[in-house]
Design a protein around this ligand. Structure first.
Ligand code: XIL
Length: 387
């Protein structure tokens, strides 16, 4: 609920520029560990070492760690901005780059809110992901109406060209197309019957990648999707659909550089290591990179007790990351938020006991949780890869 309210309030507002100095926070943590103004004790040194932020642990292994952020929250919560600068090396806007937000009315698009996040990233030395140029959801009403007319192709191309061009050389990884697979729609190729789909049904996907490539030749271009992580009913079809789509795109020399795997995990679901490992290997064999793009662990199936929940969610995260990071094609890990203070899951999948979900590495007070430690340990244990 509150997510929706914040989305409404956010419209038309522009996050102020926030420049944060990393040394301020390092100084802060040194002070907290008792290392300022004297010789550090052994315990204090250990505390500082174990406190090495996720961004740095990831970087040591040739990985990039990042998180989703919403512009409104950056403005309202200085602690959030500080935590992001401390822990992350990359940010991605949660909604500010979605078509429906950018072009509510026909006419020039408004990128002010997304520009605010881009500025925050630039001021603080963070890389920027773009999410998303084309998605079947959050499409402006006026555009949706035109998808049934011959103008559809031109409209879709114009959208991709406009946003990717606007962020040219600022976005390092673009989710060019998001969620194009839906086996339940009944097609043999498992492609979603999207508003912009026509025959051949993946032509719009191919077009979008070519347009994106022309608009920003330096960005790495991703196809992003969900539902490929578990052995659940329908997951095999989703994996097949994604592999088939990527194989076709590669065969036709479409400029796709990677697969984004959302990884909205659910603690309590059975994670089959072998299945996921094989899937990653098949994607890698196509010559593609893999980014984990929206990582969080829902605790909706877990009991109320916070300690039990935190432990089980952390274990789930660790099991997933251990397999994921074993695959050298995986280069980027992005969480869908950083702190439990703001998660889409409280509105998307609320707990039955009405307690807030705890799906992210920092708690609502921005303190590191067992999940943070699980991620830190997984990054430390990950094989190094070429940058
Ligand atoms: C979600 C945002 O987090 C919400 O704030 C918004 O209301 C709906 O979209 N998969 C995606 C993301 O690709 O864009 C979605 O983000 C979450 C699921």
């Amino acid at each position: 609920m509150s997510e929706d309210r914040i989305e409404r309030d956010r419209r038309g507002q522009r996050p102020s520029s926030l420049r944060l100095n990393r040394r301020v926070f390092i100084g802060g943590s040194l002070a907290a560990a008792g290392m300022l103004g004297g010789e550090p004790s052994l315990e204090a040194s250990a505390a500082v070492a174990s406190g090495t932020p996720l961004r740095e642990r990831a970087a040591r292994r040739g990985l990039t760690f990042g998180c989703m952020v919403r512009g409104q929250r950056l403005k309202e919560q200085p602690e959030l901005a500080a935590a992001i600068v401390r822990e992350a090396a990359m940010v991605v806007p949660g909604i500010e780059m979605k078509w429906g937000e950018n072009q509510r009315k026909r006419g020039p698009a408004d990128y002010a809110a997304a520009d605010g996040i881009a500025r925050f990233a630039q001021d603080n030395g963070l890389a920027l992901r773009g999410h998303t140029a084309l998605w079947y959801r959050n499409i402006p009403k006026w555009a949706a109406a035109e998808f049934h007319t011959p103008k559809a192709d031109a409209l879709m191309r114009a959208r991709v060209k406009d946003i990717v061009g606007h962020f040219r050389r600022r976005v390092v990884e673009w989710d060019v197309v998001n969620e194009a697979i839906e086996p339940k729609d009944g097609r043999a190729d498992f492609l979603r019957i999207a508003p912009f789909a026509r025959d051949p049904s993946d032509a719009y996907i191919e077009d979008a990648f070519h347009v994106a490539k022309d608009a920003d030749p330096s960005a790495r271009l991703f196809y992003n999707d969900y539902g490929v992580e578990y052995d659940r009913r329908g997951s095999d079809d989703r994996r097949s659909g994604v592999l088939r789509l990527l194989t076709d795109l590669k065969r036709r020399d479409v400029p796709v550089h990677g697969l984004g795997i959302q990884a909205h995990l659910i603690a309590g679901f059975k994670f089959n290591e072998r299945t996921f490992r094989d899937f990653l290997a098949e994607v890698a064999a196509l010559g593609l990179h893999v980014s984990i793009t929206e990582l969080d662990v829902s605790d909706v199936l877990l009991p109320s007790d916070v300690h039990v929940r935190d432990r089980e969610a952390a274990d789930h995260m660790r099991a997933f990351l251990d397999v994921t990071l074993d695959e050298p094609a995986v280069k980027t890990i992005v969480c869908w938020g950083l702190s439990d203070a703001a998660t889409w899951l409280n509105s998307f999948a609320p707990r039955r006991d009405d307690l807030a979900q705890r799906p992210l590495p920092l708690d609502a007070g921005f303190a590191r949780k067992p999940m943070w430690h699980a991620m830190a340990a997984a990054f430390d244990a990950a094989p190094s890869r070429d940058a």
